[in-house]
Design a protein around this ligand. Structure first.
Ligand SMILES: Nc1ncnc2c1ncn2[C@@H]1O[C@H](COP(=O)(O)OP(=O)(O)OP(=O)(O)O)[C@@H](O)[C@H]1O
Length: 244
């Protein structure tokens, strides 16, 4: 695997904005995300949660403000290899499950002769060894999500972004994904995740970043947030009221 020095964290957003079609969708968000903790990004539909994760992961470019990783000196290629993102619906190559993992190992610089064993080990870790040769796109939703996690796992990311990773899954598949998230965290990865499942947020969060209308309403330790958030909108959200 590629040699690693320094850390890409913290991730620092300074007055980040994102507009599309003349509409401000993310407004002036400043946030410093430190290593270690599990940060859950919560908020109503359309609050800007997915956009925020995509901006952080580099899939979108801010139209205002700036995003800085670590000491700001790392090249873009190095940054990309040290972070991973898991989506609600996995984006998989039209190849076997095994080939999807081998492909990422190649991108990570692993010598060809080591990729097969490493890919099989990752599949086994996520209970997918029996499905290694099956086309990734015919796997069930839960299996595809485990494959996406296996693919992220081999990257040994310093930070893992997850955008509603269980919203299309049943309870058993959700449990498998939550266990995997805890394993990533246990291995030292920073977790930044969105979910609409408040039970899941309570189970996983160390802290909550609450968005509404594209703006940061509050950032609060989870133990405090779920007892009594600071902002009126977050209180209404937790009470199940309609918030926009
Ligand atoms: N590329 C885009 N161009 C224009 N508008 C966009 C674009 N991407 C997102 N939006 C709009 O930005 C707003 C925030 O979207 P985002 O997907 O981040 O919300 P969210 O908080 O993740 O919502 P949900 O909980 O429904 O997934 C929405 O009103 C959405 O329609």
């Amino acid at each position: 695997m590629v040699g690693r020095d320094g850390s890409i964290l913290p991730l620092e957003l300074s007055r980040v904005g994102f507009s599309a079609g003349g509409r401000p969708l993310i407004r002036d968000i400043s946030l410093r995300l430190e290593a270690g903790s599990r940060t859950l990004v919560l908020g109503p539909n359309g609050a800007g949660k997915s956009l925020l994760l995509r901006l952080c992961h580099g899939l979108l470019t801010p139209t205002g403000g700036s995003i800085r990783w670590g000491d700001g000196a790392m090249a873009a290629e190095g940054l990309r290899r040290r972070q991973a993102m898991v989506f609600q619906r996995p984006v998989l190559l039209r190849r076997s499950a095994l080939a999807n993992i081998r492909y990422v190992l190649g991108l990570m610089g692993m010598p060809r002769h080591r990729r097969q064993a490493a890919a099989m080990a990752a599949l086994a870790r996520f209970d997918l060894a029996d499905l290694a040769l099956r086309p990734a796109r015919v796997l069930s939703g839960g299996e595809q999500q485990r494959l996406a996690l296996a693919r992220a796992w081999v990257m040994e990311p310093e930070i893992l972004f997850l955008d509603e990773p269980t919203s299309a899954l049943d309870p058993a598949a959700t449990q498998a994904v939550e266990t995997a998230i805890q394993d990533f965290h246990g291995s030292g990865a920073k977790i930044v995740m969105t979910t609409h499942d408040l039970g899941q947020a309570r189970r996983l969060a160390d802290e909550v970043v609450f968005l509404a209308g594209g703006a940061l309403e509050e950032r609060t330790p989870a133990s405090i947030f779920f007892k009594g958030p600071a902002s009126a909108r977050a209180r209404a959200f937790l009470a199940g009221e309609l918030v926009c």
